[in-house]
Design a protein around this ligand. Structure first.
Ligand SMILES: NC(=O)c1ccc[n+]([C@@H]2O[C@H](COP(=O)([O-])OP(=O)(O)OC[C@H]3O[C@@H](n4cnc5c(N)ncnc54)[C@H](O)[C@@H]3O)[C@@H](O)[C@H]2O)c1
Length: 340
């Protein structure tokens, strides 16, 4: 896109629960001109048209036939439709931010990556947590994490039921841990159970990386509480990220502290008041809405033509791990006599 065309003309495809968030944030951003939405559901289309005063087309075909001069689109349709919708847009020369997961299968992800390359388009997967201010802060201060514990629990809502909990929720943590661990996956074990939806609603996974780092993931969409946490241990440090609060707690071990010496010196009473040898710190984290930061980043790539902060290849890696987990869960269900 020539530098003169700014802000880019953007459409949101799929005005459901999450597309609605994109519409709200984009409508407030000077970096974008929100010019249209694409939504086949007539009631949703009418409500979006009224709220944002933009044309709402029923399909990508209709949008491409209309005189919209689109530069970029946010693809927020159900995951099973990501590939069909984004393929049409990329082939028409439109940059795409495709909600996570990038696609429903690896051949579909490869098709999108090839199309983006062929048409020289920006293709960014919507791995929102990468733009969580707590993740951004800790990513710039990694010290070789060796053990991760990720929990992502949600109460049940009848949404995203086209995919299981691994592609729906766990994919966020898979993506972040793949980046933080920075090592190829060596081995994994997984168990998952369908509870309400007919697809796996609760899953527990153990991943081992070539580096020896180990990560445990738990994801549930049938929980009684909402939890979004990532904890990890590095040499001399424990870090706890709360994605929902967008903050982090860092507990560092005093390298000179010796437990036995402290006990001999009579420091045992100190344990009543706290843990000697440990330093608690809450790093200052710049506030920010992850979705806005993600969209700003995408629009920067659209404008400058530089590689997105989260690449389609990284989206494919997260998807590949998620699909291997699904295979392991199916194997486990078979062994345990749980497969229907
Ligand atoms: N990044 C995140 O944190 C996050 C959170 C929730 C959902 N999502 C992702 O967003 C996507 C949408 O999820 P949702 O919960 O909003 O789903 P949803 O069912 O609430 O909304 C999807 C919308 O897309 C519309 N649609 C279906 N096919 C279409 C097509 N071919 N063209 C145009 N519109 C079409 C539907 O009518 C519906 O309004 C999914 O990929 C999901 O994984 C991401």
């Amino acid at each position: 896109m020539p530098a003169a065309i700014h802000p880019p003309r953007v459409a949101v495809v799929g005005a459901g629960a999450f597309g609605g968030n994109h519409l709200r944030v984009l409508s407030e951003m000077p970096e974008a001109a929100l010019v249209a939405a694409i939504e086949p559901d007539p009631a949703r289309a009418a409500s979006v048209a009224e709220r944002y005063r933009i044309p709402v087309l029923p399909s990508v075909d209709a949008a491409l036939s209309a005189d919209l001069t689109l530069h970029a689109a946010i693809v927020a349709v159900p995951t099973v439709h990501h590939c069909a919708v984004a393929s049409q847009l990329l082939a028409a020369g439109i940059d795409c931010l495709v909600e996570k997961p990038l696609a429903a299968s690896l051949p579909e992800a490869d098709q999108l990556i090839a199309l983006a390359r062929r048409h020289a388009r920006i293709l960014q997967p919507g791995h929102l947590e990468r733009f969580n201010p707590a993740v951004l802060a800790m990513q710039s201060d990694l010290r070789g994490p060796m053990f991760f514990e990720a929990h992502r629990l949600s109460v049940f809502t009848p949404r995203s039921l086209d995919v299981d909990v691994v592609l729906d929720l766990m994919i966020h943590d898979l993506d972040v841990v793949l980046r933080f661990a920075a090592s190829p996956v060596r081995d994994l074990r997984a168990v998952g159970l369908p509870i309400l939806s007919g697809k796996v609603d609760i899953a527990n996974v153990r991943v081992e990386f070539d580096s020896g780092c180990v990560a445990n993931f738990t994801a549930s969409r049938v929980s009684t509480e909402r939890v979004r946490k990532l904890r990890y241990f590095e040499p001399g440090r424990y870090v706890s990220i709360d994605y929902a609060r967008r903050d982090a707690l860092v507990i560092a071990v005093d390298q000179n502290f010796q437990l036995e010496a402290a006990m001999r010196a009579g420091a045992a009473e100190d344990f009543v008041h706290g843990l000697p040898g440990l330093h608690f710190d809450k790093p200052t984290i710049a506030p920010g809405e992850p979705l806005r930061l993600e969209l700003e980043s995408f629009l920067r790539s659209v404008h400058t033509r530089c590689q997105p902060a989260v690449t389609a290849t990284e989206g494919r890696q997260a998807l590949e791990l998620a699909l291997s987990i699904q295979q392991q869960m199916a194997d486990h269900a078979q062994r345990a006599g749980l497969a229907s």
